[in-house]
Design a protein around this ligand. Structure first.
Ligand code: IMP
Ligand code: MG
Length: 216
């Protein structure tokens, strides 16, 4: 079952990620040398933490009455999911089941479509009827669409929670119900689990990935 557009998304904080000046001179961003790339912080660790707490409250308010399964989309959502799951406990959402899927659609900033979704182990839903998918970013939306298709069944409620949402890039008809931050602009975001070719996942803050010799 696909989630309906969620009016409260209007209150989602927006992060500006403009395309860097001079980046257009590059044939493609990942053609450049990657090792000494600077990044520009767009949301501090503290701001991210506050927003994760707010999301956990929203989720607990809406889904708190039901036993919940979290379906975490690896690899980018691993940090977000770990923090969110612990905040859900603080909001009295106990007895979560947490299961993992691997989705791969990107190498650097180049898309591989359609996304390949792989279940890691077998999802034990234990008779539960609500699954909350936890993702790092909904961009074109193909990964989210594939995850929803994969998990939907007539007896199950499937909701989507993404740390980041870039609606202007959308190609597939998906509307994540719970969103941490909306991105305004096509700039590439790293940190807090999000990567550029497996780099920068460990940053505790969110940052825009900046090709060398560019500025905002
Ligand atoms: P979609 O299928 O186009 O929505 O892409 C979703 C996936 O692309 C995400 O789960 C990320 O792995 C990756 N992705 C898209 N935009 C970014 C970005 O700005 N930074 C890091 N990963 C991204
Ligand atoms: Mg992802």
């Amino acid at each position: 079952m696909e989630a309906a557009p969620f009016p409260r998304q209007l209150a989602v904080p927006v992060l500006e990620v403009p395309i860097p000046k001079a980046a257009g001179q590059l044939s493609f961003w990942n053609d450049v040398g990657l090792d000494q790339l600077p990044v520009r912080e767009i949301a501090s660790a503290e701001l991210v933490r506050e927003r994760v707490c707010e999301l956990a409250k929203e989720i607990a308010t809406e889904l708190g009455g039901e036993p919940l399964t979290l379906a975490v989309v690896l690899r980018g959502a691993f940090v977000f999911a770990a923090d969110l799951a612990r905040e859900l406990i603080s909001n009295k959402m106990e007895n979560l089941l947490i299961t993992f899927f691997h989705a791969s659609s990107y190498r650097g900033t180049k898309a591989w479509r359609p996304p390949v979704i792989q279940e890691l182990g077998e999802m034990s839903t234990d008779g539960r009827q609500t699954v909350l998918i936890i993702d790092d970013i909904v961009d074109a939306g193909h990964t989210a669409h594939a995850m929803i298709q994969r998990l939907s069944s007539p007896s199950r409620r499937v909701e989507y929670c993404s740390l980041l949402d870039r609606p202007e890039a959308r190609e597939a008809p998906v509307h994540p119900r719970y969103v941490g931050f909306r991105l305004d602009g096509p700039g590439f975001v790293v940190g807090y689990g999000l990567d550029y070719d497996d780099k920068y996942r460990e940053l505790p803050y969110l940052a825009q990935w900046m090709p060398p010799s560019t500025s905002i």
